[in-house]
Design a protein around this ligand. Structure first.
Ligand code: C6P
Length: 407
């Protein structure tokens, strides 16, 4: 097991040296996007200062070097999530793009009127709206798996919703607004028993839990680099090869073709069939370094450290009068979402900002979930491997001050 040394980890993230209103930055908005280690930042600088070139197109030195590095990330992801084959990794703009890819290709090709898709009540809008757009075009039905007051999926209700019309289940692994870790493996098994495919929204899961797509038997898995220490605007879709082979291309353009004529175009092999146009090359290369960093620290170390912080934060939040934690699932990670009686979340975030604290308030792109939990918005502190108990102490201090002032 690699060693977890918080003092050296903190030094790897230069943004933590930033002063906010003259104060130390306390970055607790990691579910929105997390900070980047120096190796990730340096790789982007290096690509643009020494290695700029397009991929898969040139035979010159720099193009071949860029292509090699770009393709190395595919191999890195393959081993990180234990995919069977590198062809099963498609680079996209991120989770949203990956889910839209599945809706626009698999969905349009294979789903028809009368078919049903199941999503849960705790989904991010990215895992609701693409299916609604698809439903408009195809006449499929979207059914919603309910959750309990703690923020856990009701498995009996899920079982009752599954039937021979269910063609796809699309559920979040870790909720961005509650922190709930869903029993995805079990849910996939249940969906497969009815012959339905399963898409996992792993946006919040990649840096907070170990993912093995073969063990899960996931059909599709979507994620974003920027929530796993990588850059924005890049991510990937994992899909089983047999599904990708059957799916039509997503977008048309350079790189995704084999032969083009005005009469007929044939398409490139996997994974390139789904990667039209010049991609986010520096972003993909930087993602390699993000995964390498996570591996260096060790996911198992990160998980146990974040759990310690979560337990500590959960306990300390109880000190605030009138505070209710939204999302108290038995299995949860790294997210502290809460509401404080008589204080609007936006007032709270504006106030804590002056202490150099970055937290997010609002509906977290999960409006149906907010409705289910009986709130319009929550305040969310989301944790990452470089946070400390001191960060939580300062948040509690600021919340206590807010309590004094707003009441
Ligand atoms: N959640 C948050 O503050 P993109 O924007 O494509 O990288 O990720 C979308 C997305 C999909 N699913 C889940 C579970 C997510 O958490 C997110 C992004 C951010 O919670 C921004 S709204």
């Amino acid at each position: 097991m690699s060693e977890f040394n918080i003092n050296t980890i903190v030094k790897d993230f230069p943004t933590l040296e930033t002063k906010i209103y003259g104060k130390r930055l306390i970055y607790l908005d990691n579910a929105a996007t997390n900070l980047k280690p120096r190796s990730v930042i340096n790789s982007i600088h290096e690509y643009y200062s020494q290695g700029t070139s397009n991929v898969h197109r040139g035979l010159h030195y720099l193009s071949e070097k860029a292509t090699d590095k770009y393709e190395m990330t595919r191999d890195k992801i393959k081993s990180f999530i234990n995919a069977r084959d590198r062809k099963e990794i498609i680079f996209t703009k991120g989770t949203t793009d990956s889910i839209n890819l599945v809706a626009a290709t698999y969905g349009l090709e294979f789903l028809k009127e009368g078919d049903e898709i199941l999503v849960s009540e705790m989904e991010h809008h990215s895992n609701i709206v693409p299916w609604q757009l698809l439903a408009k075009k195809t006449g499929i039905k979207i059914k919603v798996i309910p959750i309990n007051d703690e923020g856990e999926i009701l498995l009996e209700e899920y079982e009752a919703l599954l039937n021979e019309k269910t063609k796809l289940v699309s559920v979040v692994y870790i909720s961005n607004a509650l922190g709930t870790i869903n029993p995805i493996k079990k849910m996939i098994e249940m969906a497969h028993q009815k012959g339905a495919k399963f898409l996992v929204d792993a946006a919040q899961a990649m840096a907070h839990t170990k993912i093995d797509v073969q063990d899960l038997d996931a059909d599709f898995l979507a994620f974003s680099a920027h929530k796993m220490l990588g850059p924005t605007g890049v991510g990937a879709l994992y899909a089983k090869e047999e599904l990708l082979e059957q799916m039509p291309p997503y977008q048309g353009g350079g790189d995704m073709i084999d032969v083009v004529s005005f009469e007929k175009t044939t398409f490139n092999d996997l994974p390139y069939k789904f990667e039209a146009g010049t991609p986010n090359i520096s972003g993909v290369i930087a993602l390699f370094h993000a995964i390498e960093y996570l591996e260096k620290i060790g996911l198992e170390n990160i998980i146990s450290y974040e759990d310690e912080l979560l337990q500590y934060g959960t306990k300390r939040l109880q000190e605030i009068d009138g505070l209710k934690i939204i999302g108290i699932a038995k299995k949860k990670t790294s997210i502290l979402s809460f509401a404080i009686k008589d204080i609007h979340p936006h007032d709270l975030a504006t106030f804590t900002d002056k202490f150099g604290i970055a937290i997010r308030t609002g509906h977290h792109c999960a409006q149906p979930l907010m409705k289910r939990m009986g709130v319009v918005a929550t305040t969310r502190a989301s944790l990452s491997l470089y946070n400390t108990k001191k960060d939580i102490d300062e948040l509690i201090y600021a919340l206590k001050k807010a309590e004094e002032i707003f009441r």
